[in-house]
Design a protein around this ligand. Structure first.
Ligand code: HEM
Length: 179
């Protein structure tokens, strides 16, 4: 299913901050909603980003099983904070072969191993958009309880210090809150 992240005047999530991390940011808006893209066509908004939840690319069977054993789903009542982080990687990244990308992603950067330290407090969902003609390659989405926000910030610092992140050429943090 193609999902749309629609920023504008209405939506379940209040946008508390829009922070450009690398490259151009996104316009400020009051609220954000996550909807089926087919429904978003008739909705007005400040900006819209589309993505598709897809199959895994890099996780091994063992890593996927380890993740399934600890991760929790979206929509937990206590998870009143969310962060949408759209990311685009460089042409150098996309010119690499699959095995080279996997090697940088996990054996060098330990993306999954680092991320596991923050589960199950942080729930996550990854949408792909590189092949949709979108300005980003990925829409990453995270939900957690307010008391885990500082742990999430620590996770961001660790990931951004990795070799994988040297290939990130555009990244924006959209911080969200719901009552
Ligand atoms: C909460 C802990 C996290 C865990 C457990 C985690 C785990 C994973 C895993 C297993 C994948 C690979 C999926 C596949 O096999 O295709 C992945 C991909 C990805 N994650 Fe994370 N992640 C976490 C946090 C983050 C954060 C905070 C960000 C952004 C700041 C992020 C950005 C990405 C991106 C952009 C991809 C796609 C990479 C690519 O295909 O090139 N992740 N993550």
């Amino acid at each position: 299913m193609r999902t749309a992240m629609l920023a504008g005047g209405t939506g379940e999530w209040e946008i508390t901050a829009v922070r450009p991390v690398a490259g151009p940011g996104l316009d400020a808006a009051a609220r954000l909603r996550v909807v089926d893209a087919a429904l978003a066509d008739h909705m007005a908004g400040a900006w819209r980003l589309d993505g598709i939840a897809s199959n895994i690319r890099y996780a091994t069977a063992r890593e996927a099983a380890d993740l399934r054993a600890v991760q929790e789903g979206l929509g937990r009542p206590a998870a009143r904070r969310a962060v949408l982080i759209p990311i685009a990687k460089s042409p150098q990244w996309w010119a690499l072969a699959q095995d080279e990308r996997r090697h940088i992603f996990e054996e060098t950067s330990h993306h999954t191993a680092i991320g596991m330290d923050y589960l199950p407090a942080v729930a996550r969902k990854l949408y792909h958009c590189r092949d949709l003609g979108q300005p980003f390659d990925f829409l990453t989405w995270f939900e957690f309880a307010p008391e885990h926000e500082s742990a999430f910030d620590a996770l961001l610092l660790r990931l951004r210090a990795t070799r994988e992140w040297t290939y990130v050429e555009r990244e924006v943090e959209v911080r969200l809150s719901r009552p």
